[in-house]
Design a protein around this ligand. Sequence first.
Ligand code: XIL
Length: 393
Amino acid sequence: MDVRRRSVLTAAGAAGAVGAAGVLGSAGTASAAALGASHGHRDPNSLRELAEKVGLRIGTAIIPQDINTPAWAAVAASQFSVVTPGNEMKWQVVEPTQGVFDWSGADNLVAFAKANDQLIRGHTFCWHNQLPNFLTTGVANGSINQTQLLDLLEAHIFTEAGRYRGKIWQWDVCNEFLTDSNPSGVNPNDFWIKNAGPDVIERAFRWAHQADPHALLFYNDYNIGGEDGSNAKFQAAFNLAQGLLEKGVPIHGIGIQGHLDTQFGWSPQRLSDDIGKYASLGLKVAITEADARTFVNNPTDQVPTNGLENFAQPFEMDEMLKASLAHPELISFTVWGFTDADSWVPGFFTGEGFATIYDVNLNPKQAYLSMQSTLKLAALGAPHRVRTRTPHP
Ligand code: XIL
């Protein structure tokens, strides 16, 4: 079967296996309040219910606190139909010491998703960050050579993809391999490219496909939908995907991270154009980590220091959603954390925050209300999700 042409319906069918599969052994560790929070009580005005009407999945990244804090879990369950582990499926977390595995966080997320009728975006097999020390140290001191590194990656992918086989809708197989320069390209100094060789990307996709043939396999990166105001990385991502398809590599989608910052210019039209171009390759597209950060008073309260940002931040989130709705090949729109209290932004960008759709006290912000209105309008046909021609490579 040419998996590149698999329809959204088939993908959803594959994900149906998620529901059919048994609850994982450690499900009991997820809070009872979190499990089943949304069953039978669907709010028709929730993001997930509104988006379902137009064939879109709305997602969020999930950290353990989202599952363990009942009020947060209720929002995560009721508003979103797909979840991504913020960290819990990264190599550093699942195998901190060689041969010693900790699947507890990942298993909790899978159980949470099952209980709340959500699909899962697996994130991520092959990335230069959040690798276990044994791997980076071994490569640095020469005790892990190129062949051994490839063997370790193969084993890692088979172990993790195999464990969750049939339970993952989309896997981010490779993450952030492109340079930030203009023009951009695959970074020769990337940990994986440098130490495992330039064909590591295609190897990773082939292994992932063997390990879980029904998962949709994504290349995921930032600034590949013009998020930084330039469009430098778009062409590099397009070329990478096209090259992989020409070689028959099983890649099914492009993940545009969608980390915006209100201090930079940004063009929603360009994002829409970029989505359309990726789709023209016959690929699915996903917004995988949407947020829009801005400067704030402090990391605890996260009040924007410039009143205009109360308008810019929701505008940018909503425009990302609108650009997404214009393309039926865009199958999921995921926010990277749903409350400013669970966002990665204050910890990573000094002085910035206010990046999500709920405030630090879990009140829906204007960004939430704007996205909700947009989804309501979309259900009425504005903007139209017109099926575009997708040439088969
Ligand atoms: C971030 C997490 O949100 C943080 O908790 C962690 O400390 C670092 O990574 N691009 C990605 C994500 O692909 O995995 C990153 O997540 C954010 C940037």
